[in-house]
Design a protein around this ligand. Structure first.
Ligand code: NAP
Length: 373
């Protein structure tokens, strides 16, 4: 396999290092905007140098972002090159364009590192669904949020302090919005649901609530009731109906999710034969993530290209009802649905996910957390 590597940042450099000693794959060209020289690969700033090189059969996209990643990946598929990418935003957004195009052109497309970094979650999910119906996927998919929530719970830090610590340790970006508002987790659960249920989820129908409004007083309330707050994603499929959402969730002490420390992930599937299976590990980092990119290349060499039979566009129907903890805002609708109060916060009667997220959209200062089912 001769590889054109797009992007030479955290993941790209890791891929270069992990492939260096392999005989079955060679990074032939690296597209990098900085001036870098590499002993074994040609470095170029121009993507066309990779696209036009017929000796390159596989493109690894490790740039991130939607553009120009989308244009580069699409052009590479059209030129008959296999694709391996770690870019969850790209794949979740353009799933129903890129996957069918790859099929039509007869090239492989893999993106294991896009969800769970070093955990081989998507490729295990692919194996799991060969044998059974997948009923549920999701869990803790973002290390930054888990680090912040864990520091607030165990060390009693405020949100700002916990975020600063995560930034100092390199777990959070200078602009943490994508992580703390749940967007990263949202991309990951959309992609996981697509693979698990053989569909293409309509992304507009998947609501997301993040953790940026949580306060130390909220965490004190949870601790007093034996609960731990985690950012949890859910994708479910039952009798043809799919539901999918991302929200802070209150889990009981003793549940596996409650014990996930620092920046770790815990991602779970429930299958009709296997029951619950969970995957725990480093959701990010240079070598854990590059490990799964290179694993995907090995799968491409073995002819394994796709995660699932590609299915129809499906809208999520989030009609499940659950109780919510709400702080930071109130109004007549919330008061009508209040069942009890914990200090300054309201605990609702069971309300639908759809209704609660619609309310939160109108009340941007509110923090909401669902009680785990
Ligand atoms: N880091 C992780 O642990 C991790 C884990 C799982 C998945 N991922 C995913 O992997 C992807 C890459 O992440 P990363 O952490 O490696 O990001 P990164 O460190 O920012 O690296 C991206 C690299 O791509 C370069 N780049 C951007 N646009 C380019 C272009 N048009 N042509 C050539 N190079 C370009 C950037 O150069 P400049 O800096 O000059 O812009 C940068 O060097 C993202 O989609 C991310 O979500 C990352």
């Amino acid at each position: 396999m001769r590889i054109g590597l797009l992007g030479f940042g955290v993941v790209g450099r890791g891929v270069y290092d992990l492939t260096a000693s392999r005989e079955d794959m060679t990074v032939a060209k690296v597209v990098c905007l900085e001036d870098v020289s590499l002993p074994d690969a040609e470095v170029t700033k121009n993507f066309q140098d990779v696209l036009k090189d017929d000796s390159i059969d596989t493109v690894i996209e490790a740039m991130g972002g939607l553009h120009p990643a989308y244009e580069f990946v699409k052009a590479s598929i059209e030129a008959g090159k296999n694709i391996v990418t770690s870019n969850k935003a790209l794949v979740a957004t353009f799933y129903d364009e890129l996957i069918p195009l790859a099929k039509e052109k007869g090239v492989c497309f893999r993106c294991t590192a896009a969800v769970g970094g070093g955990i081989g979650w998507l490729s295990e999910l692919e194996r799991a669904r060969r044998m059974q119906t997948i009923e549920k996927v999701g869990g803790i998919m973002n290390g930054t949020c888990n680090y912040i929530l864990d520091s607030m719970t165990r060390l009693g830090l405020g949100y700002d302090e916990a975020l600063k610590q995560a930034q100092a340790l390199g777990y959070a970006e200078a602009n943490p919005t994508t992580d703390v508002e749940g967007i990263d987790t949202w991309h990951k659960v959309i992609l996981s649901s697509n693979v698990a249920f053989g569909i293409s989820l309509d992304t507009n129908t998947v609501p997301v609530a993040g953790i940026s409004k949580i306060t130390a007083a909220d965490v004190e309330n949870f601790t007093a009731h034996g609960l731990v707050c985690k950012l949890i994603s859910t994708g479910k499929c039952a009798e043809g109906k799919v539901s999918a959402y991302v929200q802070p969730t209150l889990v009981k002490l003793g549940e596996p999710e409650s014990a996930v420390p620092a920046n770790f992930n815990l991602i779970t599937l429930v299958g009709s034969a296997s029951g619950r299976m969970s995957f725990y590990g480093q959701g990010a980092g240079r070598y854990p993530t590059a490990y799964n990119v290179v694993q995907d290349c090995a799968d491409v060499l073995a002819g394994r290209g796709f995660y699932s039979p590609y299915g129809a566009k499906v809208a999520a129907e989030n009609t499940d009802s659950m109780r919510y903890y709400v702080s930071g805002a109130t109004d007549a609708w919330l008061e009508e649905n209040a069942a009890e109060r914990w200090n300054n916060a309201i605990i609702t009667k069971p309300v639908t996910v759809e209704a609660m997220h619609a309310w939160r959209k109108e009340n941007a200062d509110a923090f909401i957390a669902a009680f785990a089912e």
